[in-house]
Write a protein that binds this ligand. Sequence first.
Ligand SMILES: [Mg+2]
Length: 185
Amino acid sequence: MPLPLLYLDVDGPLNVLNHWPEEPNNLTVHRVRPQCWVRQHPNLHSDDVPELVLRLNPDHGAELADLPYELVWGTTWEEEANEFIALRIGLPALPVVTWANLDGFGPEGTYFKTAELVRHAAGRPFAWVDDQLDQADREYVARHHPAPALLHYVDPAKGLDLDDFETLAAWVDTLPAEYQPAASA
Ligand SMILES: [Mg+2]
């Protein structure tokens, strides 16, 4: 078996959406204007769209790369995650899931990403970190994905933290033997 997949949402798990009066000191702040952000301001000329403030933990890349997963972007940033996020947290360019529609809802009351991630995973075990998944998504994946899956909610005010990394690493050890990655079998 190849490594399980790990789908990475950007806003929330990596771009920390905190509302604290002070910036936490483990984050670096960047101001960027990606097209995925510009498109959310259809009434403004692109030069007039305010910059998006990114709050990234520069250690996240190394911590993610240490996990026994194949990393894949699962974010509305799509290919722009490689341009604006990967290098800033120390990740190489990653494969990208692109979305057929970004309208917010998928089948059976799910988030728009859920069915598309099941399709992309194509029967491989996967984990998914996101701040917008819930029970409907877990039930959908249980019904439609034949292999184990971990849908792991991340608090967007904190981003991925030590507990999240421990949960992700421990889950791989719980995979049945037929799904264990070859290197650790
Ligand atoms: Mg998010």
